[in-house]
Ligand binder design. Structure first.
Ligand code: CU
Length: 143
């Protein structure tokens, strides 16, 4: 094994160890741009520049998701949700997904997902199982 390869493997191991330190219920690690607590996103509103990748991380002991309100995003943007493979194309599909056996959008404790916000404007989102607890958030993209 050459040295560069060894360093690459060591690096991956180090980040895995770090992720493993994020205990359930630890709600203020600062490890993610937006954290999912037991029933809220923190911060509830986040302002970023165009092209910023935002990482949403579940630091609670409950499962959550991140689902865009239909049409509550800039005209140029596409529908988005916590489904990295892009199988979810509308709010209704996201709701149906949560109540199906697929749950593509589900983020279990200590899981995270990233989304890059390219277009300026406001992106409102919520958590399907916790909408009644007002688990809603917004990403505001501006220069
Ligand atoms: Cu939730």
């Amino acid at each position: 094994m050459n040295r560069r390869r060894f360093l690459a493997i060591t690096g991956a191991g180090a980040s895995l160890t770090f992720a493993g330190c994020l205990g359930a219920g630890d709600e203020s690690t600062g490890a993610y741009d937006v954290e999912m607590t037991i029933d809220s996103y923190r911060p509830e509103e986040l302002t970023v520049e165009p092209g910023t990748t935002v990482e949403f991380g579940n630091t609670s002991s409950h499962s959550h998701n991140v689902v865009a309100f239909q049409d509550a995003y800039p005209d140029e943007a596409e529908y988005w949700a916590s489904d990295p493979d892009g199988r979810i194309g509308s709010e209704q599909e996201a709701i149906d997904d949560w109540y199906s056996t697929d749950q593509y959008t589900k983020l279990s404790p200590r899981e995270s997902f990233e989304y890059t916000f390219e277009h300026q404007g406001r992106y409102d989102y919520y958590c399907v199982p916790h909408i009644e607890a007002d688990m809603i958030g917004a990403i505001i993209v501006e220069e």
